[in-house]
Design a binder for this molecule. Structure first.
Ligand SMILES: [Zn+2]
Length: 542
């Protein structure tokens, strides 16, 4: 074994990730020690003067297999309304007559004066006969053309288990607007067809995405959903890249469909972690929130204000489409995906089979349900992560802490969606991405990207956890900020611990030498990752 000594750097060492000027000794693939006194002898000395050495980033919620196909579609983030959308569809149809689908990602629909996505008819007029899919930024809602709906096998008539996930006109015909499970089915169809079209290039597409992760200091990427049929491909990808890789599976039809139970889950391990399933307690666009009664009027005022600002009724019309249940003391959105009985049963079955659960809960109502049922079913903390908990209240934070589950949250949503959330005024009635509240309640807190729904760059996400700023410089609930060390811990050691993966001890003797080397203070805006080490080897270097 070769020993290597890193000198001159600030090392964020130990499970607490405490930064201090120190030497760092590596022995083969492991850390042999770190210290501040006279450095020990080594076979090789690596001078990293002025650099910071952090544990490699472990991103527990990174849709690698979906994001890998983004370059095969168009970027819709900057569209400012329906006209931009339809222009882009027309241009893409003309530019690539052979593409099986015309795909567009990241539509910020809520900024559009119309408030809505194009209808199937409008898409068909722009690109006659073509399969078109436009995804909103959250990947839980989209617009699909008539040919796309047919290809995805979505029912043209009413009824069926997809129910409200397919919007329909007065005569019961699909409008082209899809939500949650229905959208997931169309997305999976589109990705599979696009892959088939790419032929032998699938491996190269995935490997390129893995390299991109390494270039940002990510040493372990965890894909929260791959269809069971892609399990073997993930195992291959793990063998083809130095990036540590793990994943969850779920239903074959699409990410947001009901979970099929542990019998359908491939045998483990799943790369660098154990078996895991993704469950959706609520939706993404349709999340299950419970707020104080006065919020009903406040949210409506927010929508009116947005409509006035855009001089169009779109935002108000959208707000009125949302279902709101009014009770004497509170209001809630009835968007839980499972009844208590259904979810409790699923949890017991997966826990009984030793399959870890990654439970999507954006709203506090969904987070509360998940935590309550995890506790009731006696699910061991090591088998549960609650993802997002974007909207939170004190009672829900305590309930989640009592369940013992880890929470993976995405401070990178603040720069991306902060304007929308404050525009809707939800920040007046709930804690948004409440990192501090979760830590104080005693929840093991993990920071993840949810890329491509959120930004991928871990350094940007660390900074967002600490400064909580969105474009324009305003801060969102600054009392929820993490300290720098807390943020680094959440993105590295706590993340690894939540997966039961290597790296939970941080940079200390005996731990894997997975490192993100930065060219300066990681919290300075200009700082970049310049080297990524996995198991003591430079896996990527600028
Ligand atoms: Zn996600």
């Amino acid at each position: 074994m070769t020993t290597r000594l890193i000198t001159g750097a600030t090392v964020w060492s130990g499970p607490a990730c405490t930064p201090e000027p120190a030497w760092l000794l590596l022995d083969g693939g492991r850390v042999a020690g770190t210290g501040t006194g006279a450095p020990p002898p080594a076979d090789e000395v690596v001078d990293l003067a002025g650099h910071h050495v952090l544990p490699g980033f472990v991103d527990v919620h990174l849709h690698l297999t979906q994001a890998a196909w983004y370059p095969h579609g168009g970027d819709a983030w900057r569209w400012r309304g329906l006209a931009d959308a339809l222009d882009a569809v027309r241009a893409a149809a003309a530019a690539d007559p052979a593409a099986p689908w015309l795909l567009f990602w990241d539509a910020a629909r809520w900024t559009w004066p119309e408030g809505r996505l194009p209808t199937a008819r409008e898409l068909d007029q722009a690109a006659p006969g073509r399969r078109v899919l436009i995804s909103t930024a959250d990947m839980h809602r989209g617009a699909v053309s008539p040919a796309g709906l047919a290809a995805a096998g979505l029912p043209a008539g009413r009824g069926g288990e997809l129910g409200d996930d397919i919007s329909r006109d007065r005569r019961g015909r699909p409008t082209g607007e899809l939500w949650e499970a229905a959208f997931g089915i169309a997305l999976q169809r589109a990705l599979t067809d696009t892959e088939d079209h790419a032929g032998g290039g699938v491996g190269a597409v995935l490997a390129a995405e893995a390299r991109r992760c390494l270039s940002l200091g990510i040493t372990h990427a965890h894909d929260p959903y791959v269809p069971p049929g892609w399990h073997d491909r993930m195992t291959w990808l793990r063998s083809a890249t130095p990036l540590r890789l793990s994943w969850a599976t779920g239903p074959a039809a699409g990410m947001h469909s009901p979970a099929p139970g542990p019998d359908a889950a491939p045998g483990g391990p799943y790369g660098d972690s154990g078996r895991e399933v993704k469950l959706f307690a609520d939706g993404g666009d349709r999340c299950a929130i419970r707020l104080p009664s006065r919020a009903a009027l406040g949210l409506l005022r927010g929508a009116v204000q947005q409509s006035l600002r855009l001089r169009r009724p779109g935002p108000l019309r959208e707000a009125l489409r949302r279902r709101l249940v009014i009770r004497p003391r509170h209001v809630h959105t009835p968007y839980l995906r499972y009844t208590d009985t259904e979810l409790a049963r699923l949890m017991a079955r997966y826990a009984g089979a030793g399959v870890r659960m990654r439970i999507h809960a954006l709203g506090n109502l969904a987070g509360g349900q998940a935590a309550r049922l995890l506790q009731q079913a006696g699910v061991p903390p090591a088998l549960a992560t609650i993802d997002h908990l974007m909207l939170l209240d004190p009672a829900t934070a305590d309930r989640v802490a009592a369940s013992g589950a880890s929470v993976s949250y995405q401070p990178g949503f603040i720069p991306r969606y902060g304007d929308m959330l404050t525009g809707m005024r939800v920040d007046r009635y709930a804690t948004v991405l409440g990192g501090r509240r979760l830590l104080q309640a005693g929840v093991p807190l993990v920071l993840s990207s949810d890329y491509p729904s959120g930004p991928l760059d871990p350094l940007a996400n660390l900074r967002a956890a600490v400064d909580r700023r969105y474009p324009g410089g305003r801060e969102l609930q600054p009392e929820e900020a993490l300290s720098r060390e807390e943020a680094v811990r959440a993105a590295t050691v706590s993340a690894a611990a939540s997966l039961g993966a290597l790296g939970a001890g941080g940079i200390q003797a005996g731990q894997p030498a997975d490192l993100a080397v930065c060219d300066g203070d990681p919290f300075a805006p200009a700082t970049r990752v310049t080297q990524t080490w996995v198991a003591g080897t430079v896996a990527w270097s600028s």
